[in-house]
Design a binder for this molecule. Structure first.
Ligand code: GRF
Length: 201
């Protein structure tokens, strides 16, 4: 059974969806640890309420990005983590971290990558005027939202949309897509060749 760590900075509704999917037996792995860089992150409470170990690590205590990531990786390795899931984790991951978990770190982004990477993907898409946006689950490499795409699903933009309404509909898709991608990983069903990620039968 693969051991999963979820890293989250904020509300953690994706974390909740992942924990619910696990509870329903839809993920053949176990969330063993939740880590946050924000003391007040609601994600920490969500984890604790479900009996999952939750840890706040203050970035100011570790001297810079790489120092922080070294400490993170130390915790993850000590906990025997096989898969790192970023769920609204608002920090850039250092090359050190990526190399410690090659093709074992996933992220979810609220746009159809490679369109609108970085911060505020929903806002960027809405202001650009696209008629279709969506969300993307991808492996994390050293770039910003550039790693191999695992799953992607479109969400139509409607005329009346605000950032909030569009983000709500994207969130609803994320709650289904992220657990699916995690389960595929846990069942060793993902194979990456170059930029392409294949689902093995
Ligand atoms: C999600 O929209 C995700 O795509 C982005 O950050 C948001 C996290 O939301 N990476 P939540 O904390 O899971 O509610």
């Amino acid at each position: 059974m693969k051991r999963i760590a979820v890293l989250a900075s904020g509300t953690g509704t994706n974390l909740e969806a992942i924990l619910e999917a696990q509870h329903r037996g839809e993920i053949s792995g176990r969330v063993a640890l939740v880590l946050s860089d924000q003391a007040e992150a609601k994600a920490l409470g969500r984890a604790r309420r479900r009996g999952v170990e939750a840890l706040y690590m203050n970035p100011k205590e570790y001297g810079g990005r790489e120092g922080y990531d070294r400490a993170l990786v130390e915790h993850l390795k000590a906990a025997g983590i096989d898969l790192v899931v970023l769920a609204g984790f608002m920090r850039l991951i250092s090359p050190y971290f990526v190399n410690a978990y090659p093709l074992q770190i996933m992220n979810i982004h609220p746009s159809l990558l490679p369109a609108f990477p970085g911060l505020e993907g929903v806002e960027q898409a809405l202001h650009y005027g696209v008629k279709v946006s969506g969300c993307t689950v991808h492996f994390v490499d050293e770039g910003l939202d550039t790693g191999p795409i695992i799953l992607q699903e479109a969400v139509p933009v409607i005329q009346e949309d605000t950032v909030d309404t569009l983000h709500q509909r994207i969130h609803a898709v994320e709650y289904r897509l992220y657990p699916t991608a995690i389960d595929l990983f846990c069942r060793d069903k993902l194979k990456v060749e170059g930029r392409r990620c294949f689902i093995i039968d």
